[in-house]
Design a protein around this ligand. Structure first.
Ligand code: IMP
Length: 424
């Protein structure tokens, strides 16, 4: 049975939530495999807006099994808030499971995220300050606290004492910050553990069994390719692997389970946080795209930086993710611009041209976009019901984009609602 992966192909916020929601309405199991509450999915369903950070969007369907894999980092306080908010709106969370191996975001991770960003001065990464990087640091340092520990008070108390002491030392002696009262933290987190204990189960086994039973599975990506710790714009990246390959290690399934990989992009580009952005529009057009497209972060509310569609970036994503098809969102946002541009290649400082995304920032530095121009469109496309109904200029734009990135465009988004998607 199909096992789809949905991944972001740019710097996140491509509208994955909507594509994921469409696919999860057809899936028996929805799995999240990396990242934490740095992510934000907005799903609009029957006019109701749901903002999800950690809980898979399959939760909106009462029979869908929703799984949070070992590769996720989970802030229990925030997570319980999300559970409460869904339950208060009549959405049941009984079908939700969290892997015991998933790491827990502790309060000192959030503090250290903020302190190290401040310490970097003007060279900060622009993180979401949700403690994501420091939690993954502890995971790889092998001193992290996991979901299993959270729901076993004795283990938790012991781990908080051992790791907390070191964290307090770093906070106070390196950063001159304030130490945590470890007994207080223990008491608070034991309560979170009690609340979350019924949700803990082996997600690798559940996913394997679902696949064997012929269920339809969807792996929902968080963040995006250019934020991948290895294949993104390091160091302006997140601390996990949002690539399609990250799904296997983050869930505990073999790659042969995957049958289809869908990339999501916007018809233009956005980015939050710092770091390079070759097609950025720091002008009236960029502002217009931001306002028309409502480009403000779901998690932090920060205004997103905006720019033209960059085929170099999406071509890189097609390759590193092994994409089978692409969904292009928010084409409607580009209405009423006289000219549309797509970046087809980069011109390097030595005058040579490359179609491949440079592997390191030092090589990206000084590259300027080479654009192809297209006539804009003024029609309201939000009510089109098929790709053929789109204005000629829209069709030309999408068809050329498809050629440039080397991947079939199977869906085109023309508005925020779940129904406003043209499937090809
Ligand atoms: P962190 O993940 O909070 O450590 O932030 C690292 C970088 O990833 C920052 O530039 C964030 O803005 C960016 N980032 C993290 N999660 C998302 C997301 O879901 N969408 C867009 N950008 C994100």
């Amino acid at each position: 049975m199909p096992a789809n992966i949905v991944v972001g192909t740019q710097w996140g916020d491509e509208g994955k939530g909507k594509i994921i929601d469409i696919i999860s309405s057809r899936a028996d199991v929805v799995v999240r495999s990396q990242g934490g509450n740095n992510a934000g999915h907005t799903v609009v369903n029957n006019g109701e807006v749901y903002k999800l950070h950690l809980i898979p969007s399959g939760i909106l369907y009462k029979d869908t099994l929703c799984l949070i894999g070992a590769g996720v980092v989970l802030d229990p306080k925030d997570f319980i808030g999300e559970l409460d908010s869904l339950e208060s709106r009549g959405i049941s969370t009984v079908n939700l499971k969290i892997d015991p191996r998933a790491h827990v975001v502790m309060p000192w991770h959030i503090t250290l995220d903020g302190l190290s960003e401040t310490f970097r001065g003007g060279k900060d990464i622009g993180t979401t300050k949700r403690g994501i990087g420091p939690t993954y640091m502890d995971k790889y340092e092998r001193c992290g606290i996991r979901m299993y520990d959270l729901v076993h008070p004795d283990v938790l108390a012991e781990k908080i004492q051992s790791t907390g002491k070191l964290k307090n030392k770093i906070i106070t002696e390196v950063y001159n910050g304030e130490a945590y009262d470890l007994d207080k933290v223990t008491a608070e987190y034991i309560e979170y553990g009690k609340r979350l204990a019924p949700y803990v189960d082996d997600v690798s086994v559940l996913t394997f069994d679902a696949e064997k039973a012929g269920k339809t599975i969807m792996f929902e990506g968080a963040q995006a390719t250019l934020l991948d710790i290895d294949f993104g714009t390091y160091p302006y990246v997140t601390s996990s692997h949002p690539l399609s390959a990250g799904v296997c290690v983050g869930t505990g399934v073999g790659p042969k389970v995957i049958t289809n990989i869908i990339g999501v992009a916007k018809a233009y580009t956005t980015r939050v946080g710092k770091g390079p952005f070759p097609t950025e529009l720091d002008d009236e057009i960029g502002k217009k795209i931001r306002e028309t497209g409502g480009e403000f972060g779901t998690t932090t509310g920060r205004p997103r930086r905006t720019g033209w569609f960059d085929a170099v970036i999406v071509r890189h994503s097609v390759r590193v993710n092994g994409l089978d098809s692409l969904a292009i969102n928010k084409l409607d946002t580009l209405a009423n611009l006289d000219t549309l541009k797509i970046c087809v290649a980069y011109k390097k400082p030595d005058g040579t041209v490359t179609e491949n995304f440079p592997p390191v920032l030092e090589e990206l530095d000084g590259c300027t976009p080479v654009y192809e121009e297209f006539e804009g469109f003024t029609e309201d496309i939000s009510k089109c019901t098929s790709f053929d109904e789109l204005p000629e200029n829209c069709k030309k734009y999408i068809t050329r984009l498809e050629e440039l990135v080397g991947c079939h465009v199977s869906m085109v988004g023309i508005g925020p609602d779940r129904s406003q998607i043209l499937e090809r």
